[in-house]
Structure formats: C-alpha cells, structure tokens
Design a protein around this ligand. Structure first.
Ligand SMILES: *Cc1c(COP(=O)(O)O)cnc(C)c1O
Length: 474
C-alpha cells in the first residue's frame, strides 16, 4: 500500500487495488446468495419480515486484515468494542479469531465473560463506572482504564494488592473533531478522559502516575465515524509522547503499555474497505514513528471497522403507496433497527439493495422511492428518494454495511420485536449457504414480560395513603 493516509478520507472517491481488501465481487456475490437462501429457507418471510445477517467468513477476513496490518509488532492485544455488535455468538466468534474484548458497562462485561474471553483479554472503559463495577472488574482481573483522576481515587480505595488487572488512565488529546459532532471523542469539550491541554492537566496526569506505581497504561480513543485518519493518528501520537514524558519525568519505565483505542471510520458509499488497517498503521507510523518500536505494549479497540461491512439487514416490503407525488415503500426496516440512520439521515446514509420475492436481485429502470419503516412516526424513513428498481409487496430490501451498531443495537419503539439475527457461511464460491441462529426474534411473550407484565396490577391498586410500594408483586 503506497497511498498516503490523506488519500483516504471517510467519503467516496477512487480507490487503488489492495491485497488486504476483500474483492467487491466476492462479498456482494456472497451477500446475494445469502439473501436468496434466506428467502428460500424462510428466514425472511411474512412471519419473520426483518432479520440481521452476519457473514462469518467476512468477519474472519476482517480480523485477519487487522492482525496482518500489525504483524510486525509482536504481542499487540486487539480487542473488539462489544457495543458495536453486542451478541454473544459474535463475540465468541471473535474470541475464536484471537481477539480480546473492550467493554463499557456491566452488561457488556457479562457478555464478554459469557462469550469466553479470558479476563486478561478484556478491557473495561466507560465514563461512569460505579464502585461495584470497578470492584467486579478488579476481582475478575480485567484491565480497567480510569476515565478521570477522580476515578483513580476510587480505584485507590477499591484496589487490593493482589489484583492482576492492568490499570490505565484515559486522556483526551483534544486534537479536534471530525464531520459528525456526536461521533467525535477528542474535541476540546468531549466528555471522555482527562482533557490533556487544559491548564494544569498534564502536570496532574504526571503526578497521578508518580503517586500510583501500579498505574501502567495510558489510554486514548479518538474517533470515530467522520474522523480523518490523520486526526486519529495525531491523538495517538500525543498520547505516545505523554507516555515518554511520564517515564522521563519519573525516571523509570512506569508506563509499559498504550491502549490506542479504535474509531477507524467505515466507507458506507460503496463496497470497498477504506481506509484499511494497513492505511491506519501507515498513518500511525508517520505520526509516531516510535510507536511500533516495542517499547510499549499495544492494545487496540476496534468496533465498526471490523463488523459493519460484514452484516446486512433484510426486510420485506409490506406495501407501497404514492403520497404527494412521492413513491413510498413501507418495509419492516425502520428506526427499531436502523436508529442512527433514521434520526441522522445525512450523517448515516445506507446503501440499499432491491430483491424480488424469490430473493434474486431486482432489475428494472430506477425509480425514486422513499424506503420507510414500520414505526409510527413520520420520520421513520431509512432512505429518501432513493433510485431503485420499482419495489412491490413481497419484495425484499437490503440495508448494507449494517453489521455494527444496527440490528445488534435495537430500539424498543412501538414495542416492535428485536429482529432475529443469523450468521451465514457459503460453502465455496457457488456452494450452498448455511445459516446459524445468533439471536431469535423477540417473542410477544418476551415483549409483554419486558413491559411490566409481572406488575400488571401495580398501578390500579395504588390509592392515596398506602405505602409507596403497595402494588409491588414480590
Ligand atoms: C466505541 C468505542 C470503541 C470502538 O469504536 P469504533 O468506532 O466502533 O471502532 C473503542 N474504544 C472506546 C473507548 C469506545 O467507546
């Protein structure tokens, strides 16, 4: 790869061929085969009108590309950010591929443990860890990155000498934001980490390390979608320089590892993977040449870039209609499974494919159509005026690049069920597609249970004067 990082902005443009990039045709032909097989095997049907799909060979190839890009640096711990695809079978697949796991809540920690990650390969981040959460992490021996110096003070009082947890401190290098404000972690006023360029902050960080010989890691995560590679690399470089400064000031190699985060943006405009992990390593090498010298152990935390292009949502078209001169396809893929796209359509556009009732790609002259979802609010539209072959009842639409932060992160609006998720694998270039259930569609019983069924009488029984918890059922 000889391209400079600046040739890889997070938006479309011509791309050179690259060996680390899965070829366009192999991925899209695998996906076409998966759509057809999903329809043929009844996984997309009138009774199961929307589902998420994960290409397991694609996931393995993406992990291999990440490991390959860092191959010259031994001992890097690559973790997967659980929030990007918080499904236990997916996490276990990633563990099987040699990944660790980054978690940011008690729930994610539980998923990581259930998925079988060794505690030493789990990293706990989060800006609001409770004492209980810190205690559990230290007892398990998972690495913890404190988000602030106040949190270090909590760790002071909770830490027992025997803990095997690697302990770190997150810093915000304040290198600036990308094109999506809410996705920018390193602005001057971002909520994460110690704001390094604020008055007195650097000195306070050095002191925090001096006072705590067990504090051995610096953490930063600059991202994500909409952030250019140079910005991410600059944030890592500032953190690397801080580690050198701490060690020089303290006269000892106290900082032994750097957790450089994730945040590589994903190209949602077409099928190509760019920037690649090789581009990322090239940008890091340019910004911080010593980073790969072996002086520091390295940890990465990638989410979207590992999973987004390895998953898609399939949804049936239930009806079509015309309104005010506009053609609308009413499908089962809306805000419950494509939340960010519906609420921020300009920042999170998705490619959409049109397939017939048999699951074969649809042909026909392009017609501008709104692709709407099932939720009862007017903005529940995943694409406006999209030119596609004319859709009809029983067709299937595919939302590409949705393997991260889409079907794995559903929204419970309208009590719509969480969609089923299936992994798939194609046996050879023209072979059959085999599916495995990753998550069942949520049942109506589960929806009722999660909606307070056990407490159904709780409120009609509440009358003035009684104890506040009178209606509680247990
Ligand atoms: C979300 C997150 C990640 C992963 O971000 P991606 O953009 O999905 O790669 C990594 N580290 C931390 C601390 C995060 O919050």
């Amino acid at each position: 790869m000889t391209q400079t990082p600046s040739a890889h902005p997070a938006h479309p443009g011509p791309t050179p061929p690259s060996s680390s990039r899965p070829s366009r045709s192999s991925r899209s032909s695998r996906f076409d085969a998966a759509v057809r097989a999903a329809v043929g095997q009844g996984l997309l049907s009138e009774t199961g009108p929307v589902a998420g799909f994960i290409d397991t060979d694609g996931v393995r190839a993406s992990v291999a590309a990440l490991h390959g890009a860092f191959a010259r640096t031994p001992g890097v711990l690559h973790t997967f950010a659980a929030k990007a695809c918080s499904l236990i079978p997916v996490l276990r697949l990633l563990a099987d591929c040699g990944m660790g796991c980054e978690v940011a809540s008690p729930g994610e920690l539980r998923l990581a443990v259930e998925a079988g990650f060794a505690p030493a390969s789990i990293v706990l981040d989060s800006p609001a860890k409770t004492r209980e959460e810190i205690r559990l992490a230290l007892a398990l021996g998972v690495a913890v990155n404190a988000d602030s110096i106040d949190e270090l003070r909590r760790i002071d009082s909770l830490r027992n000498r025997g803990t095997s947890s690697v302990l770190g401190l997150r810093v915000n290098p304040q290198v600036g934001g990308g094109s999506i404000g809410p996705m920018s972690t390193a602005t001057d006023t971002a909520k994460f980490g110690v704001a390094l360029r604020d008055a007195g902050a650097r000195e306070a960080v050095v002191r925090a390390f001096r006072d705590r010989p067990w504090l051995t890691r610096l953490h930063t995560h600059v991202g994500s979608q909409g952030c250019p590679l140079e910005l991410i690399a600059a944030g890592v470089a500032r953190t690397y320089e801080l580690a050198d400064e701490i060690n020089a000031t303290l006269g000892t190699r106290q900082v032994t590892s750097l957790d450089i985060g994730g945040g590589l943006p994903v190209n949602f405009a077409d099928d190509t993977v760019r920037p690649t992990y090789a581009d990322y390593v090239a940008a890091l090498t340019e910004a911080a040449p010593g980073l790969f010298s072996g002086r520091y152990g390295l940890v990465t935390e990638f989410g979207r870039s590992l999973l987004a292009k390895n998953g898609f949502i399939g949804a049936r078209v239930e009806y079509t209609k015309d309104a005010g001169g506009r053609r609308i396809a009413l499908t089962h893929a809306g805000a419950q499974t494509a939340t960010r796209t519906v609420f921020m359509p300009d920042d999170w556009p998705l490619r959409i494919g049109a397939f017939g009732p048999d699951g074969a790609p649809k042909d026909g002259p392009p017609l501008a159509q709104d692709i709407a979802g099932p939720c009862c609010f007017a903005g529940d539209v995943v694409a406006y005026g999209r030119e596609l072959p004319e859709l009809a009842e029983g067709d299937v639409v595919v939302l590409y690049d949705t393997g991260a932060y889409y079907f794995s992160t559903p929204w419970a609006y309208n009590s719509l069920p969480r969609a089923a998720v299936y992994g798939f694998r194609r046996g050879g270039p023209d072979g059959p597609v085999a599916f495995a259930t990753v998550r069942d569609a949520q049942s109506m019983d589960a929806i009722a249970t999660e909606s307070g069924l056990a407490h159904a009488d709780a409120l009609v029984g509440v009358r003035g004067g009684g104890p506040a918890d009178q209606g509680r059922s247990s």
